[in-house]
Design a protein around this ligand. Structure first.
Ligand code: AMP
Ligand code: MN
Ligand code: MN
Ligand code: MN
Length: 285
C-alpha cells in the first residue's frame, strides 16, 4: 500500500511548520501522497503543489471544513477539490467571516476576564487573521501564564470554558454539496473525536452518507488497534472509502509526524483508488 497522509496543517491555519518544512518532513518520512488540509482555508496551495512536485511527491488538493451539525461541531476533510472553483471561494469567504467574528467574540470574553489586548496579540501571534482556538491557547500559555494548552482549553476555550463561543459554521449538507460541486470527495474526519455514543455516531454517518459523503477517516495519528477496528467496521457497514492522516500540527512527543500515523487496514478501499481522487491528482501533475 502506498504511504499517504491526507490530513495535516500548516502555518496557514493552526499548524506550526511552514510548507517547506512540511514537504521536507514528508520526504524524509518517504511519504508518496499528500493532502494539506488547513482549517477552512486553501491559502497554502498552489505553493504547496510546487514544493511537493520538487520532491516527487503526489498531491491532492485538500481542506478541513468546520461544520455545524445541530449543536455538534464536526470536521469534514474535502479531497480533490478545485481550488479555483467560484463556489469553493464563496464558501471560504463565508467561513472566514464566521471565524473572524468568533475570534473577536472570544477575545472580548477573555478581555472581560482580565486578559488585555487579546485580539491584537492573537493576530500577531498567528501572522494572519484566520484565527483558531489553538492560537488563543498558545497566547494564553505564552503571555498570560496559563499552565498549558490543555488547561487553556479546559478553563477558557473548550465547551465548558469561560470564553467559549459556540461556532455557527456552514451546515453538513451544504458543506458536502460545496465539496462535491467543486469536484471533491467529502470525508468525515476523526469520527471518534466527537464524544458520541455508538448510536449517535451511526446516526451521524447515516446523515453524512445521505448528504453525499463518501469517505471515513479510519486512521487519525497514533491510535489504538481497537479504535481502528471500530471505525473500520463503520466503514464496511456504510460502504464508504477509507482515508488516513496524521492530523499533524507540530513536532511533539508521542504525536505522529507526516505519514507516521498507524496503518490503514488492508480490507478497506483506500480513497485514493476512487476515480475522482485519481483524476484530481493527475490534474495537479
Ligand atoms: P477551531 O477550529 O478554532 O475551533 O479550533 C479547533 C482546533 O483546536 C482543533 O483543530 C485542534 O487543533 C485544537 N484543539 C481543540 N481542542 C483541543 C484540546 N482540548 N487541546 C488541544 N488542542 C485542541
Ligand atoms: Mn487544528
Ligand atoms: Mn479536526
Ligand atoms: Mn485537523
Amino acid at each position: 500500500m502506498i504511504k499517504a497522509d491526507l490530513h495535516f496543517h500548516s502555518l496557514y491555519s493552526d499548524g506550526e511548520l511552514s510548507l517547506f518544512e512540511l514537504v521536507q518532513m514528508a520526504h524524509q518520512n518517504e511519504v508518496q501522497l499528500l493532502a494539506l488540509t488547513d482549517h477552512d482555508v486553501i491559502d497554502g496551495y498552489p505553493e504547496f503543489i510546487h514544493l511537493a512536485k520538487e520532491h516527487g511527491i503526489s498531491v491532492c488538493a485538500g481542506i478541513e471544513c468546520s461544520v455545524s451539525w445541530f449543536s455538534q461541531e464536526l470536521h469534514l476533510v474535502g479531497l480533490g477539490v478545485d481550488i479555483h472553483h467560484p463556489r469553493l471561494l464563496t464558501y471560504l469567504d463565508v467561513q472566514k467571516d464566521k471565524r473572524f467574528h468568533r475570534a473577536r467574540q472570544i477575545a472580548h470574553r477573555l478581555e472581560s476576564i482580565g486578559f488585555h489586548d487579546c485580539f491584537e496579540k492573537v493576530c500577531l501571534l498567528a501572522g494572519h487573521q484566520n484565527i483558531s482556538r489553538t492560537h488563543f491557547a498558545k497566547l494564553l500559555v505564552q503571555e498570560y501564564r496559563v499552565r498549558n494548552t490543555q488547561s487553556a482549553f479546559k478553563d477558557y476555550l473548550g465547551q465548558r470554558g469561560a470564553a467559549y463561543v459556540a461556532s455557527q459554521w456552514v451546515n453538513l449538507s451544504e458543506t458536502i454539496a460545496v465539496i462535491r460541486a467543486t469536484g471533491g470527495l467529502a470525508v468525515l474526519a476523526h469520527p471518534l473525536h466527537y464524544s458520541l455514543t455508538t448510536a449517535q455516531l451511526k446516526g451521524l454517518i447515516q446523515a453524512f452518507k445521505e448528504a453525499g459523503g463518501e469517505g471515513l477517516e479510519i486512521v487519525s495519528g497514533f491510535q489504538t488497534p481497537k479504535d481502528t477496528k471500530r471505525v473500520a467496521q463503520f466503514c464496511l457497514q456504510y460502504h464508504l472509502w477509507a482515508s488516513t492522516g496524521s492530523d499533524f500540527h507540530r513536532i511533539a512527543p508521542y504525536r505522529a509526524g507526516l505519514g507516521q500515523q498507524n496503518a490503514l487496514p488492508e480490507t478497506l478501499r483506500p480513497i485514493w483508488q476512487h476515480e475522482a481522487f485519481q483524476s484530481s491528482v493527475q490534474l495537479l501533475e
